[in-house]
Ligand binder design. Structure first.
Ligand code: IYR
Length: 224
């Protein structure tokens, strides 16, 4: 950060503000998590712009504690699928409590994760607990602690999901647990923590989603 500058704020007439708020809700409430993907290619520059949007998120001390790895290579996707399905078999077969499995039952998920190889793009989101002072700057290489990392990466991921939906793509937030295998497969340093795996692409033509209800305003918010 280098000093201060005037804010480039664009004030909108109230009617326009209201219309935009409604339109944005109408767009966003059509987003659904998709589990059946088409193998159709998606435009690379859509992913690039969505990543730049994610990078516009606010972050603790502006440390930008995120890193995104975009995986399109079929061999890498296959390796991720194999490792994720290994963990998921443990999860569904052993680790998960009955209560957890009951909660998941309406979604119809299981240890099989074909979307990890079918979908054209996987975005592995990593959380950086530290920032290293770049070469050429004072105290080069010094390790600085990042702040509010999970809040910051969560917000960035939300913007990423919103940006991809706005562009017309479907996503799935996938969280194999544990997912440390992503560091080895994607060559990321140990101090980066895999945060989640975002699957992106077109939905399969026959894709179905669970019937679900979302909270009404009075349920999700309280006005005091
Ligand atoms: N990670 C597992 C289990 C799972 C857990 C939750 I909470 C979900 O909302 C969905 C799935 C899987 O991906 O199947």
């Amino acid at each position: 950060m280098k000093g201060f500058m005037p804010l480039a704020f664009e004030e909108r007439p109230v009617a326009e503000m209201k219309a935009r708020a409604e339109e944005f809700y109408a767009l966003m409430c059509r987003r659904r998590t998709v589990r059946d993907f088409s193998d159709r290619e998606i435009p690379g520059d859509v992913i690039e712009h969505a990543l730049l949007t994610a990078g516009s998120a606010p972050s603790g001390a502006h440390r930008q504690p995120w890193h995104f790895v975009v995986v399109t290579d079929p061999g890498k996707k296959a390796a991720i699928r194999e490792a994720a399905e290994h963990e998921e078999r443990e999860f569904y077969g052993r680790r998960a409590t009955k209560e957890w499995l009951d909660a998941l039952a309406p979604l119809g998920t299981d240890a099989s994760k074909p979307f990890l190889t079918t979908a054209p793009v996987l975005i592995a989101v990593f959380l950086r607990r530290f920032t290293f002072v770049p070469a050429g700057e004072e105290e080069e290489g010094k390790r600085l602690k990042n702040y509010y990392t999970s809040e910051s990466v969560g917000i960035a991921t939300g913007l990423l999901i919103g940006a991809l939906h706005n562009a017309g793509l479907a996503t799935l937030t996938h969280t194999p647990s544990p997912m440390r295998f992503l560091n080895a497969l994607l060559d990321r340093p140990r101090d980066e923590r895999p945060y989640l795996l975002l699957v992106a692409g077109y939905p399969a033509p026959d894709s179905r989603v669970p019937v679900l209800e979302r909270y009404a305003l009075g349920e999700l918010a309280t006005f005091v």
